[in-house]
Design a protein around this ligand. Sequence first.
Ligand SMILES: [Zn+2]
Length: 318
Amino acid sequence: MNMSRSRVPAALAVSALGAALALTGCSSSDTPDDGRLQVLASFYPLQFITQEIGGDLVDVSSLTPSGAEPHDLELSPAAARGVGEADLVVYLSDFQPAVDDAIAQREPAHVVDAADSADLEAHELQGEEGDEHEGEEHSADDGHDHGALDPHFWLDPERLAAVSADVVAELSAIDPDNADTYAQRGEELAASLTELDTTFTEGLAQCDSQLLVTSHEAFGYLAERYGLEQVGISGIDPEAEPSPARLKEVSSIIKDRGVTTIYFETLVSPKVTETLASDLGITSAVLDPIESLSDPDGDYRSVMLTNLEALQAGLGCA
Ligand SMILES: [Zn+2]
């Protein structure tokens, strides 16, 4: 990425220690306080991988507050300034417009865009006409456009591992003295993501149903990887209200296919899903899209394993 140091004085000028540090001629990889690289991740799964790779060499914070929903993120002026001052920003372009804007305006010294290696795909709403999807599902969408691509790549561990490799490369470029450490931690992370992937493959190999009915359509990559078929009640945007026509359509899919459990998620009201489940006399259960960390004692891996248990129970897996 951009290795120029020309922006460093400007970035430091706003910090209290700026004047003193500027005199020492520090590089962009030096930090005002404790020597750790200051990294911003735009939401939790990116924070998770960066923390795993950087360990105690980096100080990673998330632009999306924990427990908040990242789709609609707005940045305070201070947070936007922070984007310009970070040693590295790890984000996903075309997912959080406020972050895209801050990066364009503040030009952080180094960025990793997860879209470069996540191999994003378009996932159409299953069982719905294309026109209806565009017209109805997104008419309630007040301005955040995910483009045609499904952003939720992190629910496929192998895609998250691919992005992790880019984080390793960028941290190593910024801080070459510690490149071996980043490489080793990156390998450990990749191994643990592969292990998680294997656990999912084995855990979902023999199920009564392959039909995954979810509230917010976040599980397209997960479904694709493990041979499931996702039917979303709302679209890819968690805030979109399903139309009555969509609810009717999903209801008939549920009945036709003998679905016994439908899933709602942690950060969005379960009301629509619970009502639908009770109308149809079936169960509703939680599936966490890991857009934020809902359990402060957990991490990406533990939440994924909890999701696997919920899937095995709801889909009748042996
Ligand atoms: Zn989402």
